[in-house]
Design a protein around this ligand. Structure first.
Ligand SMILES: O=C(O)CCC(=O)C(=O)O
Length: 271
């Protein structure tokens, strides 16, 4: 894939995603895998609490590395903000979707011309259409509203059925240690597994925006709204989202992380 910053920005604008190759060395991939394996042991727990994630200087520091921040900075066209929406996940497989914060009611702002939000997924195994390990995307789907009215409905069955059988579907060819940066509106899914692997699937996630108080507040407010889900009259709290909605910067963050964010010139947004 592309390497220079202008090429990356053009690819991102056209396809809705880019790959940053070799963000972690082979040794770092194994180190990150061992941290994930150690933290994600409880039955049924597939996602690290953000406080546990940030407590690892190594894991938290990945999202603040110069190369990541520089690449995101080019994509957002200015200073980078990092949301505390950082975590690692194990063996998570999700169907076609656009990330929930950017779909459904009251999300028309994602179609404003200057809107940009970058989601990062760093995968700790290679990805391919047989063994999975990363994501599939519908190339260019961040430019499609799906309902013809400049909105994205929170229901993707029709769009996914048609587009996932089209030439726009791509299995993102990441190798262990690569990062995928995707646009908030991109339709994507976990790459399905045809053949089970003996190794766990691990992914590490960060969310970035541009320095814009309204966008930044909107994203964090939506996280707060999403932290409580009501079905059939029963409300359930999503512990990780409730945790990050309650975070205040810098007091609730490890000192080392605050220092690194300052050094990287990244503002960390909390409510
Ligand atoms: O890691 C994956 O397989 C899917 C990740 C994803 O879809 C997401 O974070 O929105």
């Amino acid at each position: 894939m592309t390497t220079s910053a202008p090429e990356q920005s053009e690819t991102f604008a056209q396809r809705g995603y880019i790959i940053l190759r070799g963000m972690l060395s082979a040794a770092e991939v194994e180190h990150a895998r061992s941290i994930c394996a150690e933290k994600l042991t409880r039955q049924g727990v597939r996602e690290m609490m953000t406080s546990d994630f940030l407590a690892s200087e190594f894991m938290a520091g990945i999202g603040l590395r110069d190369r990541v921040v520089a690449a995101v900075g080019h994509l957002v066209g200015g200073p980078v903000v990092l949301y505390p929406n950082c975590t690692a996940r194990m063996n998570v497989y999700v169907p076609w979707h656009v990330d929930s914060t950017f779909v459904g009611a009251d999300t028309e702002h994602v179609w404003e011309p200057g809107f940009v939000h970058v989601q990062a997924g760093l995968y700790l195994q290679d990805n391919d259409p047989i063994g999975g390990g990363g994501i599939d995307v519908i190339s260019g789907s961040h430019l499609m509203s799906f309902d013809g009215h400049g909105r994205i409905r929170a229901e993707f069955d029709n769009a996914a059925r048609i587009l996932s059988g089209s030439h726009l579907r791509e299995t993102v060819d990441t190798k262990a240690g690569d990062i995928v940066l995707w646009h908030a509106r991109l339709l994507h899914a976990s790459t399905p597994v045809q053949q089970e692997s003996e190794r766990e699937k691990f992914g590490i996630f960060f969310s970035y925006g541009r320095d814009d108080l309204r966008d930044n507040h909107r994203f964090m407010s939506q996280i707060s709204v999403d932290s409580v889900r009501t079905m059939n009259g029963v409300s359930r709290t999503i512990p990780r989202l409730a945790e990050i909605a309650g975070f205040r910067y810098p007091g609730d963050f490890p000192d080392a992380f605050v220092r690194e964010a300052e050094h990287a010139g990244v503002r960390v947004v909390t409510l």
